[in-house]
Design a protein around this ligand. Structure first.
Ligand code: UDX
Length: 437
């Protein structure tokens, strides 16, 4: 079976690498020649633990190749996975241009019957349109079927999430498509859920939006905990023992970011509106998240009369640890606000600084250690709970900062530890610790 993967972003590249890891022959198509050369050498264009090794090992073993020559790649493909981006349009809807560009190339070039599998997150009904498009535009006399096979990987754990997926969802309209995909996935030995295409498309949105809802719910509970004197960490722990609730995605903070939750909540909300239905829980999820992003900034504004001229240490820039991705990271709008206020910003992130420099090339100062960031600072913001940030002893803040006032958006420290320290500590859903005068 010849598998071709279109797109070498998170979804496409991880899919290609993992399919080759379980023994399939895979060709990944990208438009960028220099990227292709790098991937052949085992250098992944994205930061993802374990991915470089997988690329190199399977390329060397002859199971995984990369090419810009999409014409030859699609010509004799048995299965083409589409893993290109579906970014958000201004109105919140999903932009499907990349998906249909790939489809046009497939239609133009396939010379034998094949199955096109849409892995990208697409609005419900898109797979039907893709199949219609392919069948109408196929240049050669071939039969092209389409299946939906949404992706559930999280950045930072993408390889493990794919190789040991909790479930594989296959949305098909024919036994042939089901059989082909079962053959692709039987080597993964994971539970397979077979549905029709529209349900598979909905499973992806409903899963992501439910997780986003859980986070926004806990963020609201956290905000209310502050008002009534409860501690959201204890509340989440107490809730988590109930298997109906579970112990995941109950962590309060400064909101969800990344390439999926913000986009997928807005896309489903938009799609529902377009169909004359209001998804009220999703609407609230989005609103709570917008508001939560600025929580630290608001707290700092309440604490200081003005932030003008103050030196602000920023620890962590990425939307979560384990990735260099800054998409929808709360750090970005907060840094912008701080600069607007006339604050002086010094930032550190273990892997996200190069990407941050593209947004703020010279407006802020970048340093190489958390300690340098904190030196002589008037206040510190924690936006990402990297291990090396979480493990910084509170005495480091007390010793290095001009005034050790911390605004922690990820609840990195135990309240009992902050109580014993010499810092002023503000976090999410917990009491403030005011240990300095
Ligand atoms: C997510 C889904 O987990 C994945 O299944 C889907 O395929 C793509 O979207 P990802 O965006 O990589 O993956 O990150 P995830 O680990 O889910 O975190 C998303 C955001 O939620 C982060 O900003 C994180 O900080 C935040 N989050 C997560 C919380 O604020 N609290 C939590 O309890 C969990």
């Amino acid at each position: 079976m010849k598998i071709v993967v279109a797109g070498t972003g998170y979804v496409g590249l991880v899919t290609g690498a993992c399919h080759s890891e379980v023994g399939h022959y895979v060709t990944c198509v990208d438009i960028d020649q220099s990227k292709v050369e790098k991937m052949k050498k085992g250098i992944s264009p994205i930061y993802e633990p374990g991915l470089d090794e997988l690329l190199k090992k399977n390329h060397d073993a002859g199971r995984l190749d990369f090419t810009v020559d999409y014409k030859s790649a699609y010509k004799d493909a048995d299965v083409v996975f589409i893993g290109v981006g579906t970014p958000e349009r201004e109105d919140g809807s999903a932009n499907l241009d990349y998906v249909f560009n790939v489809c046009a190339q497939i239609a133009e070039n396939v010379e034998k019957d094949c199955l096109v599998v849409v892995k990208s997150t697409v609005p419900i009904g898109t797979n039907d349109k893709v199949e219609e498009f392919l069948q109408e535009n196929a240049k050669n006399n071939v039969h092209i079927e389409v299946a939906s096979n949404p992706e559930f990987l999280a950045q930072g754990t993408a390889v493990v999430d794919t190789l040991y997926a909790k479930r594989i969802v296959i949305g098909v309209e024919s036994t042939n498509a089901e059989n082909v995909l079962r053959e692709v996935y039987e080597r993964y030995n994971q539970p397979i859920v077979v549905t029709n295409r529209r349900s598979a498309e909905m499973i992806k949105y409903a899963s992501n939006d439910f997780l986003a809802l859980k986070i926004s719910f806990m963020n609201e509970i956290a905000n209310f905990c502050e008002i009534v004197g409860a501690d959201v960490e204890d509340v989440a722990k107490g809730m988590s023992f109930d298997p109906r609730i579970g112990d995941k995605f109950l962590k309060a903070g400064i909101g969800y970011g990344g390439s999926c939750f913000p986009k997928d909540t807005k896309a489903l909300h938009w799609l529902a509106n377009d169909n004359g239905y209001e998804l009220k829980t999703i609407k609230a999820t989005i609103e709570v998240n917008q508001n939560q992003k600025y929580k630290l900034f608001r707290l700092a504004k309440q604490r200081f009369e003005t932030l003008k001229g103050l030196k602000v240490a920023v620890l962590g820039l990425t939307f979560k640890p384990g990735t260099d991705d800054l998409r929808e990271a709360p750090s970005i709008p907060n840094v912008r606000r701080l600069l607007d206020e006339g604050a002086e910003v010094v930032a550190y992130d273990p892997v996200g600084m190069d990407n941050f420099k593209r947004i703020f090339p010279s407006e802020i100062k970048y340093v190489n250690t958390p300690e340098e960031t904190l030196k002589d600072a008037d206040l510190a913001f924690i936006f990402t709970e990297w291990d090396e940030i979480k493990s910084l002893d509170l005495s480091v803040y007390a010793n290095l900062m001009k005034t050790p006032i911390i605004f922690d958006g990820r609840n990195c420290y135990k309240i009992t530890d902050t109580e014993k320290s010499q810092v002023e500590y503000h976090s999410v859903g917990r009491k403030a610790i005011l240990n300095i005068k």
